[in-house]
Design a protein around this ligand. Structure first.
Ligand SMILES: [Zn+2]
Length: 148
């Protein structure tokens, strides 16, 4: 590391939240390096994440701040928040409790483009989200929602 790079340590990077006030954030498993999910983060969600050490996002479909795992209990303990070179996307490096995906998989990216399953199912969504099953309409709606 050069002296200049060392001198940059400890500063604060101004994240570019764009016109919509949101920045995409990838969550990556700290142990395996697996990519878990992609979601959006508002300034408030980022602040909460840094304050609490638990991943928070912003749901565009529900138009609200959400704590990952609020419903399911499958929270993400954030070890590090990284910012990319353009400061317009984030990387959350996390310890994932349970599964990241509301369909029960460890990662949202559990299938290939030709619909081959390459992921591991780690929980039963019907069990975990049973309250929401009663509250919400059905699978069509559920698939579209960003589940907590
Ligand atoms: Zn998912």
């Amino acid at each position: 590391m050069s002296e200049n790079a060392a001198a940059d340590d400890g500063g604060e990077i101004a994240v570019d939240f764009g016109d919509e006030g949101l920045v995409p954030a990838i969550a990556q498993d700290a142990d395996s390096g697996e990519v878990l999910m992609l979601a959006y983060v508002s300034p408030e969600a980022l602040a909460r994440t840094r304050e609490t050490g638990v991943a928070h996002y912003y749901s565009r479909s529900r138009d609200e701040l959400w704590k990952k795992g609020d419903t399911s209990g499958h929270t993400q303990a954030v070890e590090q928040v990284r910012v990319d070179c353009d400061a317009d996307s984030l990387l959350y490096i996390v310890e994932q409790d349970g599964g990241a995906c509301h369909t029960g998989y460890h990662s949202c990216f559990h299938r290939t483009i030709d619909d081959t399953n390459v992921g591991e199912r780690v929980f039963d969504p019907e069990e975990v989200y049973w309250l929401d099953v009663n509250r919400w309409v059905g699978w069509g709606r559920r698939r579209q929602a960003n589940w907590r």
